[in-house]
Design a binder for this molecule. Structure first.
Ligand code: NI
Length: 183
């Protein structure tokens, strides 16, 4: 099932999401739906708040970026917790399915260690760097209620204000279905 993607301006994107209780929902089925939704929008990551669910879960698949190291980088993260974020500041241009057509350079630490459950409720603790870390950091922000635009300087954000307002009103063209915030 393909969900419409919630866009900028919806309060669910600003809310800190809650842990999923094991057995309370079918996480495998939800992960499949989230992958289907993400592929339909040509994304490399999708977090549950982006389909209107304020729960701590996101999926990623780096394959569409066509980088050798990302070819086999498909994962489901449930109830993740960042253990450490360290290393040099790394600048990378981010985009977001909830903020169509806006891309900005964002600086984040280069390395990340994260603890999470997969769709079989197996626990993992893994470290990532570079683009892999970046994809996870962006999605992790979503379940903390943070968007990449929140990490821009006030000046940069002011420059984007008109575009962001238009997105929040649904005045944006996308080749995937979006859910415009109710007002
Ligand atoms: Ni995003």
């Amino acid at each position: 099932m393909v969900y419409p993607i919630v866009v900028y301006g919806d309060p669910v994107l600003k809310k800190k999401a809650v842990d999923i209780e094991k057995g309370s929902i079918d996480v495998k089925a939800l992960a499949e739906d989230m992958f289907e939704t993400m592929y339909g929008a040509s994304g490399v990551g999708l977090a549950a708040p982006q389909i209107g669910k304020s729960i701590r879960m996101f999926v990623i698949d780096g394959a569409p970026l066509e980088e050798e190291e990302l070819m086999d980088f498909k994962k489901v993260f449930i109830n993740p917790r960042v253990v450490t974020e360290e290393g040099n500041p790394f600048v990378y241009e981010e985009g977001c399915l909830s903020i169509p057509h806006i891309r900005e350079d964002i600086e984040r630490p280069e390395e990340l260690t994260i603890r999470y459950f997969d769709e079989n409720w197996e626990e993992h603790e893994e470290s990532f760097d570079g683009i892999k870390a970046r994809i996870i950091q962006h999605e992790y922000d979503h379940i903390e209620g943070i968007l990449f635009t929140d990490r821009l300087t006030p000046f940069k954000k002011r420059l984007l204000k008109g575009k962001l307002t238009n997105i929040s009103k649904g005045k944006v063209k996308t080749d995937y279905r979006i859910a415009v915030p109710r007002r």
